[in-house]
Design a protein around this ligand. Structure first.
Ligand code: 13P
Ligand code: 13P
Ligand code: MG
Ligand code: MG
Length: 373
C-alpha cells in the first residue's frame, strides 16, 4: 500500500504590530491557537504551531489535504481575520494590513499572506526546519538555500554522502516576469548563481532531489514563500517577510548543514520602511522582535521531527552560543551601514525605491528640473 503523504503549510501575515512593526501581541497568537485547535479537533489539521517572526504571525500546520487546499488556505485566512479583529480592538499598528482583499476566494496566494507548503512521503526519520524572517524579502533565502543544497564548503554531505553526491534540482522564479526555470546542480551551478545573485528578481522557489536519489523526484525537499506584495498591491505595503521549509538528513543535508549558512550575517534588503540593506541576524524566539531602526532583519529557525504527520517540536535552533559570533558581527555591520544614513548602498538602489513612498516626495521637484545644455 502506498504511504499516505503529509503536507506541511507555513502561512504568515502581519495583521498588526506591537508597538509599531516590532512584534506580535500574545492576544493575537492566543486567538490563532484557538482557531487552529478547533480545526485540529475537527480533523482538518494533524498538528499545528503558532509562532511569530517579528511582527508576523506564523501558522505552521500539518495535514493530509495537499498543497493549495481551499480548506487549509481558508482556515489560515479566517484565522488572520479573527486575529485582525483582536488587533483592531487593541489598536495595534497596521491592523489587518496584509489582508489585501475583502473576501477569501479559494486560494490565499496573491491575497497578501506569504506561504510555503509542500507535500511529501514521510520518511523513517523526518527532520524539518521552518525558517521565518522579518524585515526582508523572499530573495533573502537565495543565499542560504544555495549554500545548503549546492555549496560543498557549507554542506559536507555533497562530497561525502553518496546519495547527495549528484546534487539537486533548483526551481527558480523570475518574480517580476512570472516565469520559472529548473536548473540542475552542480552541472549548472554558475547559471544558477548568474540568476539568484540578483535576488530582487530571481528567487529560489523549490529544491528537488535528482533522479538518482531514492527520494521521490516530484516531492520538494525545500520550499520558499515568494509573495511580493508590491506586485499585488501596486505600491509599497512592506510585508514581504519570507518563510521557508527545509527537510533534512538521510540523503538530504544534515540539520547542522541546514543551519550553517546563518553563521554569516549576510546582507539583505528590507529593514526600515523596506528600504534599506542590512545584515540578517539569526536569533532565538525570545529575540524575535525588531527594535533598532525597525530591525535589523532577523531570522528564527524552528526545528521538528515529523511523526505520523505530527510536527513534534518546537526546537529553538538559533538559541545557541554557536551563533553568538554571527550575532556580534551583525551588530558591527549594522552600525557600519547605519552610518550611511540615506546614502546607497545602505538605502536601496533607485529601481527598488520605486515601490516605496519616495516617488511621492520626488514628484514635488518634478517641475523644477531644467534641461542641462
Ligand atoms: P547521525 O549519524 O546521528 O544520523 O548523524 C549523521 C549526520 O549527518 C551528522 O551531521
Ligand atoms: P513589516 O514589513 O515587518 O511590517 O515592516 C514594515 C516597515 O516599514 C518597517 O520599518
Ligand atoms: Mg508590520
Ligand atoms: Mg514583518
Amino acid at each position: 500500500m502506498e504511504k499516505e503523504k503529509i503536507t506541511v503549510s507555513l502561512i504568515k501575515a502581519d495583521v498588526g504590530g506591537f508597538p509599531g512593526h516590532s512584534t506580535v501581541r500574545a492576544e493575537l497568537k492566543d486567538k490563532a491557537k484557538e482557531r487552529m485547535e478547533k480545526a485540529k479537533r475537527e480533523g482538518l489539521l494533524v498538528s499545528y504551531h503558532v509562532l511569530n517572526a517579528g511582527d508576523d504571525l506564523q501558522l505552521l500546520m500539518s495535514h493530509r489535504k495537499g498543497v493549495d487546499s481551499p480548506d487549509i488556505h481558508g482556515l489560515a485566512w479566517e484565522t488572520f481575520e479573527a486575529a485582525t479583529e483582536v488587533a483592531k480592538e487593541l489598536k495595534l499598528h497596521g491592523a489587518g494590513q496584509d489582508l489585501l482583499v475583502d473576501a477569501f476566494s479559494g486560494n490565499i496566494r496573491g491575497m497578501g499572506p506569504g506561504i510555503a507548503e509542500m507535500e511529501f512521503t514521510e520518511r523513517g526519520s523526518e527532520p524539518l526546519i521552518a525558517f521565518m524572517m522579518d524585515k526582508t524579502e523572499p530573495g533573502a533565502f537565495n543565499y542560504p538555500i544555495y549554500k545548503i543544497f549546492a555549496d560543498p564548503f557549507n554542506t559536507a554531505g555533497l562530497v561525502i554522502d553518496p546519495v547527495m553526491h549528484d546534487g539537486f534540482v533548483f526551481e527558480v522564479w523570475d518574480i517580476k516576469e512570472k516565469k520559472e526555470v529548473f536548473l540542475r546542480c552542480p552541472e549548472e551551478l554558475y547559471d544558477l548563481l548568474a540568476l539568484i545573485g540578483a535576488k530582487s528578481k530571481y528567487v529560489i522557489k523549490r529544491v528537488y532531489p535528482k533522479e538518482t536519489s531514492p527520494l521521490p523526484k516530484d516531492e520538494p525537499v525545500a520550499v520558499i514563500s515568494t509573495e511580493k506584495l508590491y506586485f499585488t498591491a501596486g505600491k509599497y505595503v512592506g510585508k514581504d517577510d519570507p518563510v521557508a521549509l527545509v527537510r533534512a538528513q538521510s540523503g538530504l543535508p544534515a540539520v547542522g548543514e541546514v543551519l550553517e549558512p546563518f553563521s554569516l550575517p549576510y546582507l539583505v534588503s528590507g529593514w526600515m520602511r523596506g528600504s534599506h540593506n542590512g545584515p540578517i541576524i539569526p536569533v532565538p524566539f525570545r529575540y524575535s522582535q525588531c527594535t533598532r531602526f525597525d530591525g535589523p532583519p532577523r531570522v528564527i529557525a524552528a526545528g521538528f521531527q515529523i511523526s505520523n504527520g505530527k510536527l513534534v517540536g518546537t526546537a529553538d535552533m538559533f538559541d545557541d552560543p554557536a551563533f553568538d559570533l554571527a550575532r556580534r558581527k551583525a551588530q558591527e555591520i549594522a552600525d557600519y551601514v547605519r552610518a550611511h544614513g540615506p546614502f546607497e548602498p545602505h538605502r536601496l538602489p533607485v529601481e527598488e525605491m520605486e515601490y516605496t513612498t519616495l516617488p511621492d516626495v520626488l514628484k514635488k521637484l518634478e517641475g523644477r528640473f531644467e534641461k542641462v545644455e
